[in-house]
Design a binder for this molecule. Sequence first.
Ligand SMILES: [Zn+2]
Length: 219
Amino acid sequence: MMNKNLIETVAAGVVRRLLGQCVEVEASGRHVHLSEEAVEALFGKGHALTRKTGLSQPGQYACLERIAVQGPKKTMENVVVLGPERAQTQVEISATDALTLGIKAPVRMSGELAGTPGARLIGPRGVFDIGEGVIVAKRHIHITPEDASRLGIADNEDVDVTVFGERAATFHGVTVRVSPLFATFMHIDYDEANACGHVKGMVGFIQKARRPAWGRGHE
Ligand SMILES: [Zn+2]
């Protein structure tokens, strides 16, 4: 009897611990963030973005507005605009989109746009050319300070995240971003989502990044 209780207690503790290290994984499709200047150029003077549906991150939303993104090889229509307006216009595409458009977009964290390529944005009322701002978003975790401290991970740290299922995979180099303004979610793009058989509500198991033995030998 005592043994059974002990086993149950230990098992419950292990399950709690494992669940505590899980994060819900969301897949982000291609989208743009627009500056006020870009909104006016694309949709007309005085236009403000129209909120359609809220996103998991507080204050962020998908808009009714859609634009086209033009690259040297192709134009992609019907690209989602996310609000609210930002200081700098940013286009987030998958590596597959980058090949389709003919834009050599690097993998970058949101907002790290120096030296990235530009594109032509096309709206119903005009065009807006950006000299930089097209990126393939680096996979990342938005996390609250409470969740981060519970997991023992810090802002800017890269962690490993494993997902399970038919196409189980471990994502290395997942950058952690801590803020009290966040809700805890991991974001990957559609290439990554397809590679790991992503389904809505999928969870990933967070581990501290483990460096291979051959990388530690000379320290
Ligand atoms: Zn994100």
